[in-house]
Design a protein around this ligand. Structure first.
Ligand code: 8YV
Length: 302
């Protein structure tokens, strides 16, 4: 988030909290001076950092996800948190569709095929059709809904799983994730990260999706049992996967690198000039509003 960093250093004398072994000494000396932390979804304000900022009053988060921030401690201490909802829905949903098309039509694999000169030796194998397929969305929130709208253009049959049905939508609600997976050709994970969704996509859900099924994840790596996912992909128990997020970024499980039926992206779903600019503006608007009147434009729901 360089745009935000430059602006807050220039306009607000912001200070970067050091990483690693220097952090604790810095917090002991200076932690009580800070009232606002500006962070990103990838970094967050974890429990130790929050504890080292005794006068913290707000966490201003660049990103819609804030699972790396200690929400329980923030609530207990009355610390407000803002995020950047809506402005990234289009780009994240576009990326989900890019991954879905790629795993069905094998476009990344076909690109590698052309580049290594394999075409001269014969045609690329047939892929799978996406249009008209049954797609299950895990988490029909703002981003999940944007994904569903795009899937309608592909005449896909859309079902979804949420904690509870969403009012006013025609897509089929499935209360059991395993049942959703069993009845889908592809699952797209768009659920929020955090303690409530850890390993929601379990070995059982992956088994139900099966050897002809595809998984796309643009949410958080923690939402999937990554060990089970890797095992299912390596053994062929799962058809393929398109992954923008991982449990331990930027580390990607080594055994996925050799698999042609897996598309790997470096957590770039919101990464366009337009969307990052909009996220930066919303982050700065939250900061300015908090400095003006102690409220946030887009506080996260309590
Ligand atoms: C960003 C994200 O890559 O918004 C989110 O939750 O994961 C992404 O849009 C991230 O927040 C930037 O660090």
């Amino acid at each position: 988030m360089p745009m935000v960093q430059n602006a807050i250093v220039a306009d607000h004398n912001a200070v970067r909290v050091p990483d690693g072994s220097d952090r604790q000494a810095f917090l002991s000396d200076h932690g009580s001076k800070f009232t606002i932390a500006v962070t990103s979804g990838k970094i967050g304000v974890d429990s130790a950092l929050m504890a080292g900022l005794p006068n913290l009053r707000a966490v201003v988060n660049f990103g819609v996800g804030y699972d790396t921030t200690d929400v329980a401690q923030a609530q207990a201490r009355g610390i407000l948190i803002s995020n950047t909802p809506d402005v990234l829905n289009d780009c994240v949903a576009d990326t989900a569709l890019a991954l879905l098309l790629d795993v069905f039509r094998r476009t990344s694999e076909a690109d590698r095929f052309v580049r290594r000169g394999a075409w001269k030796a014969g045609n690329f194998p047939l892929a799978s059709k996406l249009s008209g397929k049954r797609v299950g969305i895990v988490g029909l929130g703002r981003i999940g809904t944007a994904i569903a709208q795009r899937l309608e253009g592909f005449n896909c049959v859309i079902s979804y799983h949420n904690r509870k049905p969403v009012a006013g939508v025609d897509y089929r609600y499935v209360g059991s994730l395993t049942e959703l997976a069993a009845g889908s050709d592809a699952l797209i994970v768009a659920a929020a990260g955090g303690a409530d969704s850890v390993k929601l996509i379990s070995a059982e859900v992956l088994a139900a999706l099966g050897p002809q099924g595809y998984l796309v994840n643009i949410a958080r790596g923690t939402v999937i049992d990554e060990t089970a996912l890797v095992a299912a992909l390596v053994s062929g128990a799962l058809g393929g996967a398109g992954l923008d997020v991982f449990a331990d970024e930027p580390n990607v499980p080594e055994s996925l690198l050799a698999l042609d039926n897996v598309v790997l992206l470096p957590h770039l779903a919101s990464g366009t000039v337009e969307t990052r600019q909009a996220m930066a503006e919303l982050t700065l608007a939250n900061l300015d509003q908090f400095l003006t009147d102690g409220t946030l434009c887009t506080p996260v729901a309590r």
